[in-house]
Ligand binder design. Structure first.
Ligand code: PEP
Ligand code: MN
Length: 339
């Protein structure tokens, strides 16, 4: 912590602050400048009582208190300098191989899911996405097939060999969802539902944590910290756009989050251009941008007939559109050294 004292503070008052810093378990280091005195307080800010209240307790002496340590620990790159590669069945997300997770927004029927699974697999996807529990804005919209949807995902996995990712909406479904899926998706609306994050972490399954609708990157990293702090090291972050004033797109996909997460954390970063744009015509360009910026994987909504989809029709790409998209990604992946 860096504590700046007000200009013209007497030694006696300075001593009061030094004593208080020691009392709270830190070692003070005093730097007396021309205009004011700065105190560096050495100690672990994560385990010691915070010094942030000093300015409030001694308003006539302390000008400001600034933390120097990050508030997250296990997700930080300092804690783990190497990239983490997350095991998902026989795959590793975050390693040299780039992964594409693709499939419908919602699981609707066996025919819809299996046709999509076959097509995305043929095009090169390794992980099948599909929502069985859907977080819909309106209670009158399709809420997902629930366990029936999970069973269809498991069947698609059996028949195609694709790994599976699906969303967990409620703590009480944690064990059920974990029984059927290879990756648990925590949606944007639940990104700071800490009890849900803990329940998901405790299943031991890899977790894909979407960025919340209006979430700062620090808050997102701290939400991820809950997963690692509860004993689950297999975390992926997923940028899916944030709420801004823009109306041409459903959300504003923040591709700057890719290098920022890469700098701050060892966990893989996945881009979801579908929720990001809300428009199927933008998905291809956003995927290319994500690859160029160093993302580790994509999460793309694909539907055999987007116009008839039960959710998010406007942003889902067709089977043919997805095949073409994968073709166009290949040279880009090669250019950035990914397989
Ligand atoms: C989804 O993936 O279909 C979804 C609901 O995502 P998000 O939580 O990002 O809105
Ligand atoms: Mn969706």
């Amino acid at each position: 912590m860096i504590i700046v004292l007000k200009p013209g503070i007497a030694r006696k008052q300075e001593t009061v602050i030094l004593q208080e810093i020691r009392r709270r378990g830190y070692k003070p280091h005093v730097m007396r400048g021309v205009a004011c005195t700065v105190i560096g307080a050495i100690g672990d800010e994560l385990t010691h009582q915070s010094l942030e209240t000093l300015a409030m307790v001694f308003p006539d002496i302390v000008e400001s208190v600034t933390p120097v340590q990050k508030r997250y620990k296990f997700v930080s790159r300092e804690a783990h300098p190497e990239n983490s590669a997350i095991p998902v069945r026989e795959h590793f997300v975050g390693g040299k191989k780039f992964h594409v997770m693709a499939g419908p927004c919602s699981v609707e029927s066996a025919d819809q899911l299996l046709r999509t699974a076959d097509a995305v697999k043929a095009a090169g996807a390794t992980i099948l996405r599909g929502g069985a529990f859907k977080p819909r804005t309106s209670p009158y919209e399709f809420q997902g097939l629930g366990e029936k949807g999970l069973k269809l995902l498991a069947r698609a996995r059996r028949e195609t060999g694709l790994a599976v990712i699906t969303e967990l909406l409620s703590e009480r479904h944690a064990d059920l969802v974990a029984e059927y899926t290879d990756i648990i998706q925590i949606g944007a609306r639940n990104a700071q539902n800490f009890q849900l994050l803990i329940a998901a972490a405790k299943t031991g399954k890899p977790i894909l944590l979407k960025r919340g609708l209006s979430m700062k990157i620090e808050e997102w990293l701290l939400a991820g910290e809950y997963v690692l702090a509860h004993g689950n090291a297999n975390l992926m972050f997923c940028e899916r756009g944030i709420r801004t004033f823009e109306t041409y797109t459903r959300n504003t996909l923040d591709l700057a989050a890719v290098p920022i997460i890469k700098n701050e954390s060892h966990c893989p970063i996945v881009i979801d251009p579908s929720q990001g744009a809300g428009r199927s015509d933008l998905v291809k360009a956003l995927c290319k941008g994500a690859v160029a910026m160093g993302a580790d994987a994509l999460l793309i909504e694909v539907h055999p007939n987007p116009a008839e989809a039960w959710s998010d029709g406007s942003q889902q790409v067709s089977l043919e559109g997805f095949t073409q998209l994968m073709r166009e990604l290949r040279p880009l992946l090669q250019a950035v050294g990914r397989e």
